[in-house]
Design a protein around this ligand. Sequence first.
Ligand code: CP3
Length: 365
Amino acid sequence: MTTDTTGTVARDGDSRPGGPADSPFIRACRRRPVPHTPVWFMRQAGRSLPEYREIRASVPMLESCRRPELVTEITLQPVRRHGVDAAILFSDIVVPVAAAGIDLDIVPGTGPVVAEPIRTAADVERIRRITRDDVSYVDEAVRQLVVELGDTPLIGFAGAPFTLASYLVEGGPSRTHAKTKALMYGDPELWHALCARLAEVTLAFLRVQIEAGVSAVQLFDSWAGALSEADYRRFVLPHSTTVLSGLVNSGVPRIHFGVGTGELLGAMGEAGADVVGVDWRTPLDVATGRIGADKAVQGNLDPCVLLAPWPVVEAEVRRILEQGRAAPGHVFNLGHGVLPETDPEVLTRVVALVHELSSRRADQG
Ligand code: CP3
């Protein structure tokens, strides 16, 4: 193991020149100079790709996450097609929760639906701690992918305690998170017990992915923007910190992302992130002011912009590259996931444009 200038412990072996740890994506996460701004898209695997829809036509979502050969194929599809700088593991945030013993399904057109929502201390105990054996299909898929991807880094991920708690308490997707907040305000002790257990499951799940070889991890707290900063700090930050600080010596950069989190960006960085994800509401230069100069940023392109004519897309890509220069490291991405109706050709063009506009000749330093 070696320690670089950012104090990060690099993994032996894969930090060789040209390997995944030396890729533009990982270099940007670590705030090192890059040959071009790296780009990938949240929810790039699946969604808009016809080759993905063909596979999924006969396989339910959760089953597809548990078949390593399908996970590998779906994860590779956007890398082959778009030439993105990183792959993201094909899975879902509820996969570890199902592995922990919670009866749930992913219902087409709806999302995760939990058979018996979590409402009591006894319910919290139903969420078992997990080991590698509970998610051996993820371990196997990551190992296959690392071989297939070669020098392209693989991003592992998990849902953060608040976002997972929302699905578990509501029983499914919710616009207001009313039941979740009622529990949080009404029974803080139970709330903290639930989030502490979810943090344990999430941390174990991310450690399995890191041991199997992912080059970075992203913690999705998609719905954290539903909270004020004060409530975020009191009810959520300690648990997300358990997860992210638990990986501080893992040797891989940690990305922390949520939607509608303009007011929370500083706190989300404090939770222990190397990179903070930014939605489309906060420009990257403003975000950097809130996060501080010791972290990289990722995101900001409104996924809906990709549905507009190309000159609009191009202008937005240029704006984001320009504003991203304020940050000590910039990973180009959307402000949230790719919409299913996106034309995949537009994604390919965005990748090429980001690379072209941001290419730095070696003699420019
Ligand atoms: O989008 C986010 O905010 C990221 C975090 C998140 C994921 N799943 C990660 C993910 C969230 C909040 C979910 C919950 C979920 N799972 C929903 C949203 C429901 C709601 O509350 O609005 C849905 C529809 C699912 C089911 C699901 N997950 C499907 C059908 C698929 C495959 C194709 C698709 O639609 O993207 C997934 C894959 C998935 N979920 C990935 C990730 C990171 C892997 C694909 C990728 O990132 O490229």
